[in-house]
Design a binder for this molecule. Structure first.
Ligand code: F0G
Length: 361
């Protein structure tokens, strides 16, 4: 008997809280709010890595349920907010935290308040937040101002703050480092990731340190934090008053987890790098055209940083993980192909064949 549908034994993924429960601040009484985040692909580079003479792996955080790495931290933060009896969650955001908080709050049945900077939130992220029913306030200022005021409001109104200044966010996000080690059977030599408010680099470093302490890896990787040239406080060593970059997700002048980022880079003997907006957009285009991976500009900054590093001190033969933090569809306005389709031709085999042949050149 033949059957079209042959059931296969696919392992089921329980989400990051169940998978890494013993490393996380949860108890049997914590209600687990999950969208089955995590377990994201560690995809070998087809072209860009070999060209640089290294084994390059992309950690595709863009395929998390809301399209960014924020979901790892949000599952923990929202679960803990529910456990604590909070009546709502609140966050400031350049967009991805907002989208993720809105999704997990919807799942938990909690109201979600979002405080946005006046300019620079990408259309896709805004659409996500509204779709999940978030309540949105915009403030006249950038992300740093929005976060400062949100911290005050969360204390004043006793709302659960789910920005990465909440330690539960960092705890959840460190699971990405665990996954990388679990897949490779060791830590990579280098981890390169974009840095904005600096929660994520802090979280990765904590993950590697905890895995080493648990005897699961022998040595942690070097951490490379990449910032946009117009918003590079950690590279320049001082806050930036008016940050500016095409990578709106990391347009941040005074990162809340400054110390955590400095510790990650210092203790791992890594470094901070800044890259121009042109380099970011070129890296975004290369990832799309040569690897088949569509990311938003902030994520492409990681690759731009690696390419700059590779030119100065080629890390040949090394295993490098480049963290691709957010999906390209979130910020369609930043895509190189945002152009309109060509004018229509006659719907005949002959006309379309002529058009196809002229495109093939
Ligand atoms: N990449 C993307 C796509 C982001 O959205 C962010 C931060 C980062 C990188 C930097 O991570 O802040 O932990 O250093 N987005 C925040 C937000 C600020 O509000 O969505 P970080």
């Amino acid at each position: 008997m033949s059957s079209l549908h042959r059931p296969v034994d696919l392992p089921t993924w329980p989400g990051v809280i169940e998978r890494y429960r013993s490393f996380l601040p949860v108890t049997p009484r914590t209600p687990v709010i999950t969208l089955l985040e995590g377990n994201t692909p560690l995809l070998e580079s087809a072209r860009l890595g070999p060209r640089m003479g290294l084994r390059l792996l992309f950690k595709l955080e863009s395929v998390n349920p809301s399209g960014s790495f924020k979901d790892r931290g949000m599952t923990v933060a929202v679960s803990k907010a529910l456990e604590a009896g909070s009546r709502a969650v609140i966050c400031a955001s350049t967009g991805n935290t907002a989208a993720s908080a809105a999704a997990y709050a919807a799942r938990a049945g909690l109201p979600c308040l979002i405080v946005l900077p006046a300019a620079g939130v990408a259309a896709g992220k805004l659409a996500q937040a509204f779709a999940h029913g978030a309540l949105v306030v915009t403030v006249d200022g950038g992300f740093d101002t929005a976060l400062a005021v949100t911290r005050e409001v969360s204390a004043r109104l006793e709302l659960a703050l789910v920005n990465s200044v909440n330690p539960h966010r960092i705890a959840g996000q460190k699971t990405a480092a665990f996954e990388i080690c679990d897949v490779l059977g060791a830590a990579p030599d280098l981890v390169v990731l974009p840095v904005g408010n600096a929660g994520n680099i802090t979280a990765y470093w904590r993950g590697f340190v905890e895995y080493q302490a648990a005897g699961l890896i022998t040595a942690p990787p070097r951490m490379v934090g990449v910032q946009a040239a117009g918003a590079a406080p950690l590279v320049d060593g001082r806050p930036v008053e008016r940050p500016q970059t095409v990578a709106s997700a990391i347009c941040i002048g005074n990162p809340a987890s400054w110390q955590g980022a400095v510790a990650a880079v210092g203790e791992s003997r890594g470094r901070f790098i800044k890259v121009s907006d042109d380099a970011i957009l070129a890296a975004q285009e290369r990832l799309a055209a040569e690897e088949g991976i569509l990311v938003e500009p902030a994520s492409a900054a990681a690759l731009a940083g690696l390419q700059e590093l590779a030119m100065a001190e080629p890390p040949r033969g090394r295993t490098v993980v480049c963290v691709l933090t957010g999906h390209g569809l979130k910020d369609p306005g930043a895509l190189p192909g945002a152009a309109a389709p060509p004018p229509p031709v006659a719907p005949t085999g002959e006309a379309v064949s002529r058009a196809v042949l002229s495109l093939l050149g």
